[in-house]
Design a protein around this ligand. Structure first.
Ligand SMILES: *Cc1c(COP(=O)(O)O)cnc(C)c1O
Length: 414
């Protein structure tokens, strides 16, 4: 008898369509053939690769080593702290939450997978995702043999609340509701945790008092948002996951502030974006003590390695540096939005509260290939939203290089 691999592989794994990350799509390591790596080629500080400008994966372009002398090589003969207590202490202080309400994972991607393994029965249960959104929710569902029910965002990239509520009511197999806010790749906030905070912050920025009383119209808006929370989160018998990977780039309050109100809420954050540690693969889940205890039971014992734990702890101690970098990236974002709007082949630049910008252009694939030929790597999102490109906001210089190339594209076209 001949061994047949397909016969013994789980059907959902055999049929799995793998997640296509920015770095697997643009075959960075394979594509850079030795002939392209000239000994005279300039090394890009951000990527560590020869001559490529990487604006495709929403990383922070700044090399943490320039500001972080504590990025040392730790002792590696011992196993790392299985519960990452130093990191949790730092986060606890910064986020105002108890350490036992924090899970530290091998990237948020580990937290995403664990949520399926903890809450979903393979072959039986379902989840709701709201595309266009982060692709891992769907891939992780397929790996865990969980059905993905798609309730697309509206044409203006808002949650279709009515459809979500209807589906949740009709279908008791729905265990998780995935909400990415600010959403990748659209860049907008999908759900607001706390309008009251936003009202005060907005007035304060305009030079008003910190505790400015509400306008009567605002009272109504406040109640409306509370009603939405109570329906969407409070009224759901499963888990609502709010993925806040881009939280540092928005003024809106984090959903961590609502954990006391909703025991079925899980908030995800990561070191991969604002904190400049995508390579350390570390992400967080914040939730009730009970939910975090389930994460801890289910995770591999030493899920975050010692090198990453040390790098993350020292980056978290450098709050001021991160704040300055985020401020600069937000400035760069606003400049890039204004610049992109000037280009004749750009049809629409979507507002962004993240460190990337989605734009609709004429013939996105052509623009993408044109930039790629000049070693400027962005992300083509046309498979999700027709003729769209996603630009990660880089350093001032990277943004300027990008714009220079895009302006030249215009003159080629005309
Ligand atoms: C980048 C990103 C993450 C980060 O994942 P890590 O595994 O922590 O690197 C999570 N969610 C969204 C929506 C993202 O865009």
């Amino acid at each position: 008898m001949k061994f047949n691999l397909q016969n013994i592989v789980r059907k959902n794994i055999w049929n799995l369509k793998a997640y296509s990350s920015a770095r697997s799509e643009f075959k960075l390591y394979g594509d850079v053939s030795p002939s392209r790596i000239s000994p005279f080629g300039k090394m890009s500080a951000a990527s560590g690769q020869i001559g490529l400008t990487l604006l495709d994966a929403n990383e922070n372009p700044n090399d943490p080593r320039t500001h972080n002398s504590e990025l040392i090589t730790p002792n590696l003969n011992r196993y790392p702290d299985p519960l990452q207590s130093e990191i949790k202490e730092l986060l606890s202080e910064q986020k105002g939450i108890s350490p036992d309400q924090i899970f530290v994972g091998n990237g948020s991607d580990e937290a995403i997978d664990l949520l399926y393994r903890i809450f979903c029965e393979p072959g039986k249960d379902s989840v709701i995702t709201c595309p266009p959104t982060y692709g891992m929710y769907e891939v992780s569902a397929a790996i865990n043999d969980v059905k993905n029910v798609e309730i697309p965002l509206t044409t203006s990239f808002e949650l279709d609340v009515e459809q979500i509520l209807k589906r949740v009511q009709d279908d008791k197999s729905i265990k998780l509701l995935w909400i990415c806010s600010p959403n990748n790749p659209t860049g907008n906030v999908l759900l607001k945790a706390d309008l009251e905070h936003d009202w005060q912050a907005e007035n304060y920025t305009k030079g008003g008092m910190m505790d400015m009383p509400f306008a009567p119209e605002f009272e109504e808006e406040l109640k409306e948002n509370q009603r939405l929370m109570d329906q969407l989160i409070g009224g759901f018998n499963g888990i609502v996951v709010v993925d806040e990977a881009y939280q540092d780039f928005t003024e809106n309050q984090s959903f961590i502030s609502r954990l006391d109100d909703y025991t079925n809420l899980v908030v995800l954050q990561t070191m991969s974006k604002a904190h400049g540690l995508a390579g350390a693969r570390t992400g967080f889940a914040f939730a009730s003590q009970e939910i975090i205890a389930l994460f801890n039971k289910t995770k591999p014992p030493y899920n975050v390695n010692e090198l990453s734990q040390k790098a993350v702890a020292s980056a978290l101690k450098n709050v001021e540096q991160t704040r300055l970098q985020v401020e600069e990236l937000i400035d760069n974002r606003e400049i890039l939005i204004a610049d992109l709007q000037q280009l004749p082949f750009v049809k629409q630049v979507f507002p962004s509260e993240a460190n990337f910008i989605l734009a609709e252009v004429e013939d996105a694939t052509k623009v993408y290939n044109y930039l790629k030929d000049q070693s400027l790597i962005i992300r083509n999102r046309s498979s999700q939203i027709p003729n769209t490109l996603r630009f990660t906001v880089g350093t001032r210089k990277e943004c300027a290089d990008l714009m220079e190339a895009l302006k030249a594209y215009k003159s080629i076209e005309v």
